[in-house]
Design a protein around this ligand. Structure first.
Ligand code: HEC
Ligand code: HEC
Length: 272
């Protein structure tokens, strides 16, 4: 009889001991392991929030894991910059498919946009949302004359790389098949930077090898200066540039002179 109680105690002790051991290991692990940094949990929460918005608003076109569908391209590797640009200018979420998805009213807060951007960035590495020092010359504290030179360089870069589509002063222009390069005068500096780095729709993408951050900042400073420039009156003729404006002068000026010359010639003939 005594022997059997002993045995029974023994049999119950084993699992108890195991549970105790597990508890000790678990407790000591939670004491020894470093606490998760609050920044880390914040990012995880942000990605979770972004994923929720993505699943309800974007996945129908871009796929449940961002892999793309027949309705929209893959977002794996487009980066946070692309999402911030597309949502921040109201292009995304697209409502219907048209020749060119246009900028519209933005229905999301910047916090929500950054959450979706963080989720998309977690799918694959791509260009991030830039820091202010990447798209603004302000941090450099340039003297007035240095700033003027930087704006002039920005103008030269803009005419070489952008004006063919956007016009000399960034006023925008038409493109084939009902597409167009938009007016840039109201675009925020962050979105200009992101457009340059991600190349939305028909626009080419410019890498840092082609245009450094400094060059993009100079282009942005030029666009701001061009926007502040007073309108000297007269027709802008779409700010199409010297060649187009020259043609107008040619047609109106030389054309007018020819008419006057013809008129004089007739008069002269009659007088004789
Ligand atoms: C009705 C379908 C549709 C919905 C909904 C939609 N998109 Fe798009 N999205 C598109 C299409 C189509 C394009 C490609 C446009 C092009 O380049 O011609 C695109 C392009 C993009 C791009 C640019 C990709 C690149 O290559 O840089 C991003 C980023 C993007 N979408 C994000 C989103 C996000 C975020 C949402 C949800 C808030 C969303 N989209 C909702 C159809 C959709
Ligand atoms: C081949 C023609 C082309 C060239 C070159 C080009 N773009 Fe674009 N750009 C476009 C088109 C088309 C769009 C509209 C894309 C869209 O709606 O998704 C656009 C859109 C933009 C936007 C977004 C404007 C807004 O408010 O929504 C910015 C900013 C921009 N371009 C800046 C530039 C800059 C800066 C350069 C030169 C470094 C440049 N682009 C070169 C065609 C071009």
């Amino acid at each position: 009889m005594k022997k059997s109680t002993n045995l029974r105690r023994h049999a119950a002790a084993r699992p108890l001991l195991l549970i105790l051991a597990l508890l000790v290991v678990g407790l000591s692990y939670s004491v020894v392991s470093p606490p998760r940094s609050s920044a880390e949990t914040e990012t995880t929460l942000q990605i979770e929030q972004g994923k929720d918005i993505y699943m309800t608003t974007c996945s129908s076109c871009h796929g449940l894991g961002g892999e793309g569908t027949t309705q929209g391209p893959t977002l794996i590797g487009v980066g946070a910059a692309s999402v911030d640009f597309q949502m921040g200018t109201g292009r995304m979420p697209a409502s219907r498919l048209e020749a060119q998805i246009r900028a519209r009213k933005v229905n999301y807060t910047q916090e929500q946009i950054e959450a979706v951007a963080a989720y998309v960035a977690s799918l694959g590495p791509g260009p991030g949302i830039p820091e202010e020092s990447q798209y603004s010359l302000d941090a450099l504290n340039l003297a007035e004359d240095e700033k003027a030179l930087a704006i002039a360089r920005g103008g030269a870069l803009f005419r070489a790389n952008c004006s063919a589509c956007h016009g000399v002063l960034g006023g925008g222009g038409a493109m084939p098949e009902g597409k167009f390069a938009p007016n840039l005068t109201d675009t925020t500096p962050v979105h200009v930077y992101e457009a340059v780095r991600t190349g939305p729709q028909q626009m080419p993408m410019f890498s840092k090898d082609v245009l450094t951050d400094q060059s993009v900042s100079e282009i942005i400073a030029y666009l701001e200066a061009a926007d502040e420039q007073p309108n000297y009156g007269g027709l802008t003729m779409g700010d199409a540039g010297p060649v187009a404006e020259g043609w107008w002068v040619f047609i109106v000026g030389i054309g007018g002179l020819s008419i006057v010359a013809l008129w004089i010639a007739r008069k002269g003939a009659r007088a004789r």
